[in-house]
Design a protein around this ligand. Structure first.
Ligand SMILES: O=C(O)c1ccccc1N[C@@H]1O[C@H](COP(=O)(O)O)[C@@H](O)[C@H]1O
Length: 431
């Protein structure tokens, strides 16, 4: 497991994005109450995030004590971010009256001689941003970085034009993590995939996610997708199969396009079952264009003739098109019997999904366990998904026998009975 960094996602203003950030295990959720006139706005959103144990940090320019106390009393957030030059007296008073509140100060290169000792003494976290305006998307030179004492550095979040490339460059400077806003916006729209890409660097590898396949759900039952907002692990995917790889598997009759329209506001993934590199390339590019902000990743069904590196090797693990800066994450989906062949060819890839045998085939399960254990060292540093016919007993069994957490793809078990979700969620969430 790589060194995981703190992530504060800022300017949360939609429940879909908040839910996605919760699933991505963001540590702090910045919600804007920038001016006095904003008090009361996003109140319900804050309640919804708190109800799922998300730590809400109110980000504000407000700098008078009385109004700040009003904001704190109303929202009862986990923390408050004073987005202006550090004011020791004000912070001290807020600290005395709200001892449990996390206090976020801001440092920027606009400051000529910061008082690090006082900041360290009074603040729980420091956001080191490019300027005191905030949210500009401009990268900072961080000229004070070398002078910040270690204890303050260990509670500093770097902000200002942060993206996966900058995170890699800044990974070794010893700060706690990052605070990000502009990256997640493409014009006025939220870009879910850019958060997925950032988390791939900050909190890799994910575990305990589960993706429910909506391929076989009747259209009238699509109303159930609202569960997305209340289950912090759950997301959705659709299968795309034209019978070319598996003759009996035809999803063209499953209302996929209509289901896609339902999902257009929610991040989701597609599992492609196609029998040629060309078809895959064409379909991935097509879906990437159609759902350029909400398609977060795809699963590719592995077959002996596929060249997975065509899709997974760009920028290490993604498929990139010129029109958008974010990377479409590609996860090869490998039938357990093909694992030996897959690893002969594509050991470099960071993500893998394994199609496991059905629960009743006990003998096959033993063969899967054997092949898994034989390749265990390769799975150690990968994000691993288990796919197919999973139910709660099966999840439990794999957790116990393979001694680690996975991500899971679940289909019929959930869509035939959505009341099973809480128990599955509980099992998956267990350490
Ligand atoms: O994000 C904003 O729009 C914002 C507005 C006013 C005060 C603070 C704001 N956000 C802070 O800006 C940086 C993120 O910078 P970037 O957009 O990623 O370049 C971070 O400190 C946020 O807390």
């Amino acid at each position: 497991m790589k060194d995981q960094k703190i992530l504060k996602v800022c300017k949360i203003d939609s429940i879909a994005f908040a839910s996605f950030a919760l699933k991505q295990k963001a540590d702090f959720f910045g919600v804007h109450v920038i001016y006095k006139k904003d008090i009361g706005k996003r109140f319900q959103l804050v309640q919804d995030i708190k109800a799922q144990n998300g730590k809400v940090i109110i980000v504000t320019y407000i700098n008078d004590l009385v109004t700040l106390q009003e904001v704190i009393a109303l929202y009862q957030p986990a923390g408050i971010q004073f987005h202006y030059p550090f004011n020791a007296e004000l912070v001290q008073t807020i600290k005395q009256t709200n001892p449990k509140l996390s206090l976020f100060g801001v440092l920027s290169d606009e400051e000529s001689s910061p008082n690090f000792a006082q900041m360290d003494q009074l603040l729980d976290w420091v956001v080191y941003d490019t300027n005191y305006r905030g949210g500009t998307g401009e990268a900072s030179a961080y000229k004070h970085l070398k002078n910040i004492p270690p204890s303050l550095l260990s509670k500093t979040l770097l902000a200002g034009g942060i993206n996966p490339k900058r995170v890699r460059e800044l990974a070794k400077v010893g700060t706690a993590g990052f605070d990000v806003q502009s990256l997640f916006r493409s014009g006025n729209l939220l870009n879910f995939r850019s958060l997925e890409n950032l988390v791939d660097v900050l909190k890799f590898p994910r575990t305990r996610s589960f993706s429910v396949s909506l391929t076989d759900i009747p259209l009238t039952q699509m109303k159930n997708i609202g569960r997305y907002f209340v289950d912090p692990n759950l997301d959705y995917h659709l299968d795309y199969s034209d019978t070319s790889l598996y003759p009996n598997f035809d999803t063209t009759k499953c209302g996929i396009e209509e289901k896609e329209r339902f999902l257009s506001q929610l991040p989701h993934s597609i599992h492609f079952f196609l029998n040629s590199n060309e078809k895959l390339r064409e379909q991935i590019a097509d879906f990437y264009k159609k759902y350029s902000l909400s398609l977060t990743h795809v699963f590719l069904q592995f077959f002996p003739e596929i060249d997975c590196s065509l899709f997974t090797s760009q920028r290490k693990h993604g498929y990139e098109e010129k029109f958008n800066d974010s990377v479409l994450k590609v996860i090869p989906s490998v039938f357990y019997k093909d694992l030996d062949l897959f690893f002969e060819r594509f050991i470099e890839c960071d993500f893998i999904s394994i199609v496991v045998p059905p629960p009743e085939k006990k003998q096959n399960i033993e063969s899967f366990i054997e092949v898994y254990k034989r390749h265990e060292d390769k799975f150690k540093d990968k994000e691993v998904w288990l796919d197919r016919n999973l139910n709660i007993e099966f999840v439990k069994m794999f957790q116990q026998r393979l001694g680690r957490d996975f991500n899971y793809i679940i289909g019929k078990e959930v869509i035939s009975d959505w009341t099973k979700l809480p128990a599955i969620h509980e099992q998956i969430s267990k350490a």
